[in-house]
Design a protein around this ligand. Structure first.
Ligand SMILES: Cc1cc2nc3c(=O)[nH]c(=O)nc-3n(C[C@H](O)[C@H](O)[C@H](O)COP(=O)(O)OP(=O)(O)OC[C@H]3O[C@@H](n4cnc5c(N)ncnc54)[C@H](O)[C@@H]3O)c2cc1C
Length: 349
């Protein structure tokens, strides 16, 4: 009988791991808290070995078909005067696509072989020498050989198996409000970046020429601001940008009008170990490098592939497989997290 694995999270690392494990004969279930495949998220980019993995998965050309084709980012001062330029690769890596397109493709190539369950979450995990007993918020309890947390920075699997978020989620000193607005600046596959002490505004237009994507970032003391209500977050953004020049007063008004607003702090996830018995973490859940690293998506793909490859090599010996997965990936993650910390400092944190 096939070994059974439960993966929590259907974004990047979860479906990527599912793809590889199905090929090894695993019986794979993916549970996703969202009621359907998530269509939110801005652009994500790929660098280094991640492109080779997309090719190995047979989706490189299709992913390339959604490339944002960004041309670069102009640096501007408080009067909107151009002071320099960042090349396209600075934000777009070697290939950049809208996140929902990537998520949709990863789901499509796994949907026939993987049992996807939406609108549910793991609520309890108990393991012994033979397996993991899992309870769900909605579905019936079930037993698996392994359970994987691919459920992002605020991973439920990590909280249940390793401990509370505050032990592992490190705030990098900045948070941001994200939204779209009409492209009143006429940007065409270009970005504008305005930074000042304590805040930074990045805006760009790519796949939809009528819309600007905006991030208003500002210095914060703690990621607890993520859990405040929207009105309070907006108050903080307005206070932090009170003296800001350029288009910021207009963008602050557009923030309040936006229907696609979301808020996120720049955080990293740091754990001494990525597995506990039969439970293992992959992607942002285990080792988020922060959005300022630009490496999150590549790391999620590479992490999933490394974990699957080690499980393939060691057959039923998950303990050795998890140990080697971590040993192989740690240096790569450490380097990406260093980039993430440096990036946060450049953004004024
Ligand atoms: C604002 C922002 C900008 C970013 N910009 C970039 C960029 O430019 N380039 C780049 O490469 N990366 C970027 N990233 C990072 C990138 O999106 C992540 O690193 C990458 O998506 C990690 O994938 P993941 O699958 O591990 O986690 P996630 O993409 O976070 O997915 C986690 C999934 O788990 C689900 N989930 C959560 N809780 C539960 C639960 N209890 N039960 C079941 N499911 C659950 C979520 O709904 C989600 O679908 C950015 C991230 C943010 C927040």
């Amino acid at each position: 009988m096939s070994k059974r694995v439960l993966i929590s999270g259907a974004s990047v690392s979860g479906p990527s791991l599912a793809y590889w494990l199905v090929r090894q004969g695993w019986d794979v279930t993916v549970v996703e808290r969202a009621p359907r495949l998530r269509a939110d998220g801005y652009a994500v980019d790929f660098r280094g070995d991640a492109l080779g993995l997309l090719e190995d998965m047979g989706i490189l050309d299709e992913v390339r078909g959604h490339e944002t084709h960004m041309l670069g980012t102009d640096l501007i001062d408080a009067d909107g005067v151009r002071t320099g330029e960042l090349p396209a690769e600075a934000f777009a890596g070697e290939l950049e696509v809208p996140k929902p397109d990537l998520t949709r493709i990863l789901h499509r190539i796994t949907a026939d072989d993987v049992h996807y369950v939406f609108d549910d979450s793991i609520s309890a995990l108990a393991q012994d020498g033979t397996g993991v007993h899992v309870e769900f918020e909605r579905g019936r309890p079930a037993d698996f050989d392994l359970a994987v947390g691919a459920d992002g920075v605020y991973s439920t699997v990590r909280r249940l198996a390793f401990g509370p978020h505050q032990e592992f989620v490190k705030h990098l000193g900045m948070s941001g409000a994200y939204f779209t607005t009409a492209n009143h600046l006429g940007l065409d596959h270009r970005g504008l970046l305005y930074t000042a002490p304590g805040h930074a505004v990045y805006t760009f237009s790519s796949d939809d020429p009528d819309r600007l994507k905006v991030s208003l970032s500002f210095a914060t003391d703690s990621a607890d601001v993520d859990r405040l209500d929207r009105a309070r977050q907006e108050d903080l953004a307005r206070a932090a940008c009170a003296d800001a020049g350029w288009e910021v007063p207009h963008l602050l008004k557009e923030m309040t009008a936006a229907t696609d607003y979301f808020f996120a702090s720049a955080c990293q996830v740091e754990l001494d170990r990525w597995s506990d018995g039969r439970v293992v973490l992959v992607g942002d859940a285990g080792y988020c490098a922060a959005p300022t690293s630009g490496m999150g998506t590549s790391q999620a793909l590479i992490g999933a592939h490394t974990l699957a490859a080690r499980l393939a090599r060691h057959g039923g010996d998950h303990t050795t497989a998890f140990c080697e997965y971590e040993k192989q990936l740690r240096p790569y993650v450490a380097a990406n997290q260093e980039i993430g910390r440096e990036g946060a400092k450049r953004f004024g944190a």
